[in-house]
Write a protein that binds this ligand. Structure first.
Ligand SMILES: [Zn+2]
Length: 213
């Protein structure tokens, strides 16, 4: 449920979980309704809540915990993993965890070195995952991917991938060339043998049979 907050200060709304009643305050715009009353921009509120793990489905607004619990129940019903309350809390924490400003700065700094702006891909063997692993400190590859996409460029692979692709290409053309050369050598050798055979047949006379070529 989304309710307007009346009073001074910046415009806000109060969101309450329809399952457990948990409440959160969300800054939002107000839209004018007929009759002069203004109501919170519900779409905007739901969108902002979404980034905090809240879900609105079939008319019900659920907090991140209740939404995760709902997903766990569905998984359990479908015979997939059965989650304990602890798992649910962990999953919610994982889904709603955001990098701190300090972590964001570290990621951006690492991307300056790891990402090739001109080639629009990573340098060397770097990927979102290796950047996250090098930074350590609970930094997630997903955060690196977000910041990379926002400030640097697309996930265009890396130098290593490009180099391997190029090697595969030259290996194929080398192979084709090699096959042609080999064919020439074998044909020449077969021709030489045929000539020798002819020479022997001619020396032995008609009883040796036909001339080979
Ligand atoms: Zn709830």
């Amino acid at each position: 449920m989304i309710k307007p907050i009346v009073g001074r200060g910046s415009p806000r709304a109060l969101a309450a979980c329809d399952d457990c009643g948990r409440e959160e305050i969300v800054p939002c715009d107000y839209l004018a309704r007929r009759g002069g009353t203004a109501e919170p921009n519900e779409g905007q509120v739901v969108k902002k809540l979404g980034s905090r793990g809240w879900v609105k489905s079939s008319g019900n607004l659920r907090c991140s915990l209740c939404a995760a619990r709902g997903r766990a129940l569905v998984q359990a019903r479908e015979g997939k993993v059965i989650m304990t309350a602890k798992d649910v809390v962990k999953e919610v924490a994982a889904e709603t965890l955001q990098p701190t400003p300090k972590q964001e700065r570290l990621i951006i700094l690492a991307l300056e070195n790891a990402y090739d702006d001109q080639a629009k891909r990573y340098r060397g063997c770097q990927t979102d995952k290796t950047v996250a692993e090098e930074l350590g400190g609970a930094i997630r590859a997903g955060w690196v991917a977000d910041l990379r996409a926002r400030y640097f460029g697309p996930d265009g692979g890396n130098e290593e991938i490009e180099a391997i692709r190029a090697s595969i290409g030259s290996l194929k053309s080398d192979f084709d060339k090699g096959i042609l050369e080999l064919r020439g050598e074998y044909c020449a050798a077969a021709d030489a043998l045929a000539k020798r055979l002819d020479a022997v047949c001619i020396a032995v006379g008609p009883r040796a049979g036909k001339v080979a070529s």
